[in-house]
Design a protein around this ligand. Structure first.
Ligand SMILES: NC(=O)C1=CN([C@@H]2O[C@H](COP(=O)(O)OP(=O)(O)OC[C@H]3O[C@@H](n4cnc5c(N)ncnc54)[C@H](OP(=O)(O)O)[C@@H]3O)[C@@H](O)[C@H]2O)C=CC1
Ligand SMILES: O=C(O)C1=N[C@H](C(=O)O)C[C@H](O)C1
Length: 215
């Protein structure tokens, strides 16, 4: 369902930026890409699916327009997360490395059942398109945190894969795996627009996509 307020897209010319515009509908009033920026009006919410290097500019634009932020860009460091926490003291910020409901549920499963698998061997595998710049994926790192322990991570870069993630467990007698496959990257855009609607109901604060899914 289309977004009924003016919105901005940082990373507007990218794979995700174009999916966001398709899911949100209409035309973004603010567009930012590597070569430039256009703005006609004031966005109520800004989506960032770009590069971690752009985050300071994103924070500045959200402050200028008093916009909510839906942050999707990965490869964020502690400094970037601190900047988002600072912004969240002024506006609503949703930050997630994956806006699919399936991965949100997968993280809940891993977090809830990790104690029962604590003495099993565990590894995480992820596979994405050949253009992806970061490895392991932000989602793989997030799933590792849900497991609550450091586990080996394996990254595959193949063709146009939108995003596969698998948590694999094993002991002497059996194995278990939990697998999620994004069939289309539109699923991330649909989730991001849902996150935008959630953010627009808040005055300020830092939220995860799990908060959005749980309503
Ligand atoms: N949270 C989630 O659910 C998802 C997150 N992602 C993440 O989103 C990000 C973008 O992914 P994707 O769309 O595939 O990437 P693309 O490379 O297709 O797009 C990146 C966009 O950011 C712009 N950009 C890059 N560097 C700068 C810069 N320094 N200043 C301004 N604009 C810049 C690019 O502009 P230009 O075209 O001019 O280079 C382009 O518009 C990645 O971090 C990815 O991991 C992806 C899918 C889902
Ligand atoms: O770059 C991508 O495409 C994706 N990146 C995110 C990540 O790094 O986890 C989310 C999704 O898997 C697609």
């Amino acid at each position: 369902m289309e977004l009924s307020v003016p919105y901005g897209v940082i990373g507007s010319t990218g794979r995700m930026g174009r999916e966001i515009a398709a899911a949100a509908g209409g035309t973004p009033c603010l567009c930012v890409w590597d070569e430039g920026e256009t703005c006609e009006g004031s966005p109520r919410v800004i989506f960032d699916f770009s590069s971690a290097a752009v985050l300071p500019r994103t924070v500045e634009l959200c402050r200028r327009h008093k916009s909510a932020l839906v942050m999707g860009t990965t490869a964020l460091n502690d400094g970037h997360m601190a900047a988002l926490r600072g912004l969240a003291e002024e506006v609503p910020v949703v930050q997630s490395f994956n806006y699919s409901i399936g991965i949100a549920v997968m993280a809940m499963i891993l977090r809830d059942y990790a104690p029962l698998l604590a003495d099993w061997d565990a590894e995480i595998a992820e596979a994405h398109h050949i253009h992806k710049k970061d490895a392991p994926s932000g989602t793989a790192l997030m799933l590792g945190r849900a497991l609550g322990r450091d586990v080996p991570m394996h990254s595959f870069r193949l063709g146009g894969l939108p995003g596969d993630h698998e948590a694999l467990f094993g002991n002497e007698g059996e194995t278990l795996s939990v697998h999620h496959r994004a069939i289309s990257r539109s699923v991330f855009a649909i989730g991001a627009v849902r996150a935008a609607r959630f953010a627009l109901t808040k005055e300020k604060g830092l939220f995860t996509f799990e908060d959005v899914v749980r309503g």
